[in-house]
Structures are given as C-alpha cells and as structure tokens.
Ligand binder design. Structure first.
Ligand code: PLP
Length: 397
C-alpha cells in the first residue's frame, strides 16, 4: 500500500475485475490465433450501433444551437426542457403523473446509482439487493459508507424471493435495490412478484416505523423479448428509478441517464433535494449538454432488439440441444447458464481451453453458474456451438 494516497481508493484501483481480465485475455488470444477463433462472451457492450436518428439529432443540435451555449454548463440537475421531456415520456408510456422537478440528469446509470445511495442512506445503513447482481453494486454502496446485503433469488426462475428479503430487513435497512431486466440472469420480474415485494415493504415500513425505498436499476428496460417490464413506481410509492440510454440506444460511451424520484412518494421533494445534493457532493452535476439535447429529440425512438433476439434464439436453442441448463432470458442480453461443475471458476477456466470466454457467477455473488453476454456477432454464436459441444464432452457427457 503506497503512502499518501487514500487507502480505499487505492485498493479499488488495484483490484482486478474478473470480467475485464477475461476480456483482456480474449484480446491477447485473438492476436495469437485469430479473432474468429475466440468466442468472447465476457462484456456487456452493445453490439448494434446507435440508431440513425441519434446521428441526425447530433448534427441538428450541433448546427442549430448557439455555439457558446452548445458546449456550456447546463443547470446542475440538467436542462429543464430535457427533464420535462422525460417526465412527459413517463406519463405517455405508463400513465404516471411524473413531474420534471423529480427528474435529475446523470452521467449514466452508474452515476444514478451512486447518487441515489448517497442521497437516501447514512453511513452504516444497509441496502439489500437480489443475488446474482451487477458486481459494481458493492463498490457504489460501499462508497456511500453503506453495507450491501445480498439475498439470493429463487433458483428455479431467478425471481425475487420475497420471504428471504423480508428476513434480511432490520432497523438498519434503508432500501431494496432491484435490477429488471436483470444483469446477469436476463430475468424480468413479473408484476405479481413485484406486487408481493411492494406489499411486504409497505408492511415492514409500518412495523419498523421507518421509510424503506425501492431502487429500480433499469438500463435494460426496453430490451425485452415478448414481455413488458412493469413500471415499478405504479406498484410501490417510495420508488426511485435509475436509468440510462447506454443499452437502449447503444450509447454507453456518452454517459447519459437520469434518476427519477416517484411523484407518489410523500417525501419526494426532500428526496429530490438530497439527490441534487448528492450529485453535487460527488461532482456529478451538469450531465453532458449535447446528449441531454439529443435525448430530447430521440426520446420516443424505439429500441431495436432484433439482432439480440436472433442471437438469443440461436444460443439458447444450441445450448439446449447440447444438454446445457439455463434460465430462459426475458430481457437484457445475457444468458445465465448452469456450470457443468459446482466450481464456476474452474468451469470458466476449462472453457478457455475451447476458446470460450464466459464469466463465472462468483463475481455476481453466487456459485455454480456463468454469464454469457450475447451482444456479439451472430457468427460468433454460430461458430462457438461446436466449442460448447467439446466443453460438454470434456466432462464425459
Ligand atoms: N446497472 C447494471 C445492471 C448494468 O449492467 C450496468 C452496466 O452494464 C449499469 C448499471 C451501468 O450502466 P451505465 O453504463 O449507464 O452507467
């Protein structure tokens, strides 16, 4: 540990990320044996380009807005026109009385989450989440001085195990954090499952005499295959949505998203003020100006899931035929596959021998599974199936 640096920051910077390491290994391997021979299912980077309308909107904004204003500071919470446009969009799509005052523009869903934890919780408080979960939750929650408490999902379908969440709630709990559609399982929580969670949270609030928030992390909201993602604020009043266009419009590098504090919350004004304060404390003010304006123009742009749908079919059907077990993904672009041995790390290591790069479940907070990001080319999927066959055969079946 070097002197004169912050210990927590140093540890975080020095800590290897399993997913990034696997990706780096894949890049190296591709230079050694050729890109088409390596089947890299590691990263969740969208594989389809942003829609043409985004390009048109960028050109329009760049050529029509006053050049000084174009690259200037925005209000700390974001342009009021952009916030209003998002509130109107939520009203139109979900019939929910959203107001612009409760929308805060951010640099992506990661920033939305970091801001939210700082805004609602005191150090020492607990945030419950559903395992398996996005590994960065540990960092975002820890950075707010809070403790992340994982509660395993139901292993039959990876829906929320509401009884287990209830058992984890205590006088230090401040929020339950859910992610739907889910990274890494692809599960979309059903309306019944969310209603059950909401009813339990309302009961626990009364019992403990303490507010419990429901934070819904939704960067995959529009990436679904034949199911609807229930609008969580309509089910539980104390909901906060953390959203970004990183996946829905393939804009992860532009860092643009928002926090929406439900208007149905009795303390919405206070929470929104704390959101603004946390944004300020974390230096996440003035989300990218150009992209706030682009979003205003593209707010109704539908998400193109066709390429992901095709990939999902080929991969899932191919693995089913080979005898792999997996969770039928209703959303996002991940397939959650049961490892062929209890030790997922060993399974992922063995898969490398067949040039298959798959992420073991340990980093997501559970044992015995692995995640395949199918936001890759269709050829990668088709050409990888013989390797999956060999991997299975290497276990003697
Ligand atoms: N939440 C989940 C579940 C994610 O998978 C990701 C990114 O992969 C994020 C949040 C962060 O999204 P963003 O890139 O918009 O910050």
């Amino acid at each position: 540990m070097p002197a004169d640096v912050n210990e927590y920051a140093y540890q975080l910077g020095a800590e290897p990320s399993g997913i990034r390491e696997l990706f780096a290994y894949g890049l190296q391997r591709k230079t050694e044996i050729g890109a088409d021979k390596v089947f890299d299912y590691s990263l969740g980077n969208p594989s389809i380009p942003a829609p043409e309308s985004v390009k048109q909107a960028i050109i329009e904004v760049a050529t029509s807005v006053d050049p000084v204003d174009l690259h200037g500071y925005t209000p700390a919470q974001g342009y009021m026109t952009t916030r209003q446009c998002i509130a109107d969009n939520l009203k139109r799509r979900f019939g929910f009385q959203a107001t612009a005052e409760n929308v805060y523009m951010t640099c992506g869903a990661a920033a939305s989450l970091g801001i939210t934890f700082h805004a609602i919780a005191e150090p020492g408080e607990e945030i419950i989440t559903i395992a398996p979960f996005f590994p960065e939750y540990t960092v975002f929650v820890g950075s707010a001085g809070c403790k992340l408490v994982p509660v395993m999902a139901r292993e039959s379908d990876f829906m929320i195990d509401v009884a287990a969440v209830e058992a984890a709630i205590n006088e230090k709990t401040r929020a339950v954090l859910i992610n739907t559609p889910n990274n890494p399982t692809g599960a979309v929580y059903s309306v019944e499952n969310l209603q059950e969670l909401a009813a339990m949270l309302a009961r626990k609030e009364a019992e403990l005499g303490r507010r419990l928030y429901l934070i819904s992390d939704e960067p995959y909201r529009e990436l679904t295959y034949g199911v609807q993602v229930p609008f969580v604020p309509a089910l539980y009043d104390r909901t906060i949505i953390c959203y970004s266009w990183s996946k829905s419009l393939s804009l992860p590098g532009e860092r643009i998203g928002y926090v929406y504090v439900s208007d149905a919350m009795d303390n919405a004004a206070e929470v929104s003020t704390a959101i603004a304060g946390a944004g300020r404390a974390l230096s996440f003010v003035c989300a990218p100006a150009l992209f706030q304006r682009v979003i205003e123009k593209c707010i109704d742009e539908p998400t193109d899931v066709e390429a992901y749908r095709v990939n999902r079919e080929i991969l899932a059907n191919g693995l089913k035929e080979l005898g792999y077990e997996y969770i039928e993904p209703d959303g996002a672009f991940y397939l959650w596959v049961k490892a062929l041995e209890p030790d997922a790390l060993a399974f992922s290591e063995r898969a490398k021998q067949f040039e298959l790069l798959i992420v073991p479940s340990n980093g997501f907070g559970c044992e015995g599974w692995c995640r395949l990001s199918y936001c890759v080319s269709k050829d990668t999927i088709v050409n990888s199936l013989p390797a999956f066959k060999e991997l299975k055969e290497s276990y003697g079946n």
